[in-house]
Design a protein around this ligand. Sequence first.
Ligand code: SME
Length: 149
Amino acid sequence: MFDSIENEISGIVRKDAGRTETLLAVCELLKDKVPHYDWVGVYLVDGGTDELVIGPFAGAPTEHARIPFGRGVCGRAAETGETVVVPDVSKDSNYLSCSISVKSEIVVPIFKQGRMVAQIDIDSNELDAFSENDKDFLEKICGIVAVLF
Ligand code: SME
């Protein structure tokens, strides 16, 4: 499943419809094709502010439009530059809740020329939804979409 989605995403990115539209299409595709991806969004690094700002997303609107580095799962990934997986959000004391139905989360940074420019954030309504396969797959996807920045 992941291989065919990766090919589709490469095709979408190659079409070059503009960054916002392309990222939205990628979020929608991931949410539609992967059953355990229930909210898929992009947070952008807001240059010079040490904050993330919400970009395109597929799923319900979130109140977390801006997230300081260090806050929540997204802010931690921003601070460390590493993928963060939270298998059970109810056990995480530095977690920003968007919806009570969310049980686990993964955040994967997007790098452009060694600099973190954005991240893909995915929520799942399943406990412990994200495996090493998800992590590898999403890190590849972040590498593909990095050309948009
Ligand atoms: N849960 C995230 C906030 C963003 S929402 O999932 C859309 C966090 O803890 O950083």
